[in-house]
Design a protein around this ligand. Sequence first.
Ligand code: F6R
Ligand code: MG
Ligand code: MG
Length: 387
Amino acid sequence: MNDKPKTTVSVIKADIGSLAGHHVVHPDTMAAATKVLAEAKSKGIIIDFYVTHVGDDLELIMTHNKGVDAPEIHELAWSAFKEATKISKELGLYAAGQDLLSEAFSGNVRGLGPGVAEMEFVERPAEPIVVFMADKTEPGAYNLPIFRIFADPFNTAGLVIDPRLHDGFKFEVFDVFESKSVTLSTPEEMYDLLAIIGTPSRYVIRRVYRKSDNEIGAVVSVERLNLIAGKYIGKDDPVAIVRAQSGFPALGEVLEPFTFPHLVAGWMRGSHHGPLMPVPQRYAKATRFDGPPRIIALGFQVKNGRLVGPSDLFDDVAFDKARELAQEIADYMRRHGPFMPHRLGPEEMEYTTLPQVLEKLKDRFVKVEGEFKARKPIVETKMLTHE
Ligand code: F6R
Ligand code: MG
Ligand code: MG
């Protein structure tokens, strides 16, 4: 057994209002959150912290020794968001307090609106981590890159070459509709894994463990705001933490999947598919058609809980081509206007504002005699009739 103390990294985020629409966090709200976390650090509640943003999402990166789901840490994040919301309201920022779905805190921010990714581990002598933060998309957006990082030998050479990775990884996949999870091992259950995570709106990779010793390798926030609230609030703008090097994929293997700006759900009104564009922090704002969906990656070394860094990992010409391709894909997708597959399919649109529009048409449909009828009602019918 290892007696070394464990370090917890908690990344908790919320959209508490933004500047000129839903596009970028205001610096004064970041300052308000920073003040709360600085006080907590001086009291020893947390060891270290870093406050940042991606688009309209305020991101709190914290380290401590209290484990995952610690009420004290969740309450701290909640009060940082509350203080930031006060400023947001004072400045008349747009959608002030948007993601704080409840007035009162009740022990855990999960289910109250904020997104949460936390992992606890015994620090290795040198502990590199990458914190990914995305705006205008959903948790399932990480399915493809996380799969490629931990299970695709064409991405991660270490799976083939490095004996410490060669046994493979275990993926805990969460069904966001049923609140159930299943754990699948790669490489042997790779096809089963792909059979479910190819539906990223429902099945989300939540955690990844190294098979040889169960060490945690990655964690993703799985909160889906619209499902929690039961109505359209915005997308869920997910965060993820990935450990790199020495028995985990190398930093370059962790970043490599983002050279392909894959299509994700989100973008304008949370209702469109668009490319996930990797950007440096300075471009982390959603402008064109409220997007395109963006992701930033900050690299830290964690030393006795101290966050050393960050390095702005997508601030590199090596990702210029990915950004160019993302722009081209954005142009191509935009030309579809309100048509699928740019606009999301009917199942996903149920959680947007479209049903309110369709409601008006409901009574205008008239039965056509002699025409066939599908045995099972299709989703559009469900939306129109609210069956
Ligand atoms: C998507 C998002 C924006 C808004 C859009 C409309 O997650 O935040 O694309 O959905 O700007 O916003 P409202 O309805 O506030 O005018
Ligand atoms: Mg917003
Ligand atoms: Mg956002």
